[in-house]
Design a protein around this ligand. Structure first.
Ligand code: 5AD
Ligand code: SF4
Length: 458
């Protein structure tokens, strides 16, 4: 995959975008209302996993608001709870089980009426067991989310809530799904079974959505897909679409890419088009050719290195992130050394490192050569340290410079707003500016994960 599943975080729970004013036409600052009185119906949506799920939750949010529910943030205040879930690793499922346990208790106490489970767990075989065990009222997979409409009392709205319609309107930042599913068969990955094969939206349709969003006040469009750069339609390829979107939206990013689909022309567009954020998320998974073959990734480490060389050439000030799996069955010490070497050569600005998690129904779950847990842990820490050391020294180079920062989240209780530079660095900044605003500020210090800026200059 590339996963678009969990990267690039932070995603999630509760969804950063689950604010009740979500659907207002123009971005506006409104204080968060008190918890609604329990006279109106209330619903709480929890999102686990990738941006795809965050986007699906946006769509479901439209349905519950249209059906007259008020959105609340706490289970205790909700009549209906929707868990929109991730199945990519076992710990994601464990977390959901924990939440289901809590919801069962609330239900027993008569404080909650209904529970719905949606997303990738909903599409998996395991959902039937969970439904029995926790008495879940509604299970939906990834292809029939629109059925939630009927469940919450709206007419069946297959047409109204299809993926072709925007889930977010009037927000400063919006996701636009350009493709769903995946045609790869990576040994370890459950995504093809829960999300299905690749389906690409027509270009005109995507552009129309982007134009509508920009008109309604959106200033940051993120193109989404499990293998977003595999998009193709009517003879047109991803770089064609990206360039057109970049001509229409003030700020653009995309995730997640697959190295086999990443064209040099796309990398050049990232460098040349001013509206594209100069950040590339390109999951490599391993630095060993032997492991890449076992994983069915379809490329060798050298080809990946070459792509990164092209990216660095076209986008010298860009940031690069990746996904790496440690402890896939059969991974030897030599394979692991290959990964450490690749990390050193590519100089990632960040990486999402995962311990292999066997998923029932995938090829890797049946393979011998299981790596002992203590070895996996050691390899995990070694890769993490290598990534962080490099990221820290790269970030240090930004200190002292003045950056134009796009504010993504306004000032939090802890005092700082969170923004993003054009090079794709996350920055904590001392400003009262609203999401969607730009500020200029000097970078005062840097850690391995974020930059810290002082007060913006006028
Ligand atoms: N075990 C560990 N990590 C996995 N990923 C996908 N499936 C598994 C698995 N079974 C990781 C990959 C992918 C990211 C979203 O999750 O690195 O890119
Ligand atoms: Fe990504 Fe491979 Fe999974 Fe497809 S099968 S979503 S390419 S990791």
């Amino acid at each position: 995959m590339s996963n678009n599943h969990e990267s690039p975080r932070p995603v999630a729970e509760p969804s950063g975008s689950s604010h009740p004013i979500k659907l207002s036409k123009k971005p506006q600052r409104v204080s968060v209302p008190e918890a609604p009185e329990r006279t109106a119906k209330t619903a709480c949506i929890r999102t686990f996993g990738c941006q795809m799920n965050v986007h699906d939750s946006d769509r479901m949010r439209r349905m519950i608001l249209d059906a007259g529910y008020a959105e609340v943030q706490r289970y205790e205040e909700a009549d209906l709870v929707i868990l929109n879930t991730c199945y990519v690793r076992e710990n994601a499922v464990d977390r959901v089980r924990g939440h289901l346990g809590e919801l069962t208790r609330l239900r027993r106490e008569g404080r909650l009426e209904k529970v719905a489970l949606t997303g990738c767990i909903g599409a998996s075989e395991e959902s039937a067991d969970l439904q029995r065990r926790y008495n879940i009222d509604l299970i939906l997979g990834t292809h029939n989310t629109y059925e939630l409409a009927e469940f919450v009392g709206l007419p069946t709205m297959r047409e109204t809530y299809t993926p072709d319609l925007p889930g977010t309107e009037g927000e400063h930042g919006a996701f636009v799904t350009i493709m769903t599913g995946c045609n790869y068969q990576c040994s370890y990955c459950i995504v093809p079974s829960v999300r299905g094969r690749m389906v690409c939206r027509p270009m005109e349709n995507v552009l129309e959505e982007v134009e509508g969003l920009v008109e309604s006040g959106t200033s940051y469009v993120t193109l989404l897909g499990q293998t977003v750069d595999a998009w193709r339609h009517d003879g047109r390829r991803f770089c064609d679409l990206l360039e057109r979107v970049a001509d229409r939206a003030p700020r653009v990013w995309f995730t997640t890419s697959h190295p086999s689909n990443m064209e040099d022309r796309t990398l050049r567009a990232i460098g040349e088009k001013e509206t594209i954020v100069k950040r590339l998320h390109l999951p490599v998974q391993s630095g060993s050719d032997r492991m890449l073959r076992i994983m069915h990734r379809g490329y060798k480490a050298e080809r990946y290195r070459r792509k990164i060389g092209v990216f660095r050439e076209f986008v010298p000030d860009g940031t690069l992130s990746t996904d790496i799996i440690v402890g896939h069955p059969g991974e030897t010490e030599e394979d692991h050394e290959g990964t450490l070497k690749l990390v050193e050569d590519c100089g990632f600005d960040s990486a999402y490192i995962f311990k292999f998690s066997p998923r029932k129904g995938t090829e890797a779950a049946e393979l011998g050569g299981v790596v002992p847990e203590d070895v996996v842990q050691r390899r995990f820490l070694q890769v993490l340290r290598a990534v962080e050391q490099n990221a820290f020294s790269r970030n240090q180079r930004k200190v002292g410079g003045v950056e134009e920062i796009y504010v993504r989240h306004g000032r939090s209780d802890s005092g700082k707003a969170i923004g993003e530079t054009w090079s794709g660095h996350a920055v904590h900044v001392d400003t009262d500016a609203s999401p969607g605003d730009y500020v200029r500020a000097r970078i005062a210090s840097a850690g391995p994960h974020v930059l810290y800026a002082g007060e913006p200059s006028a």
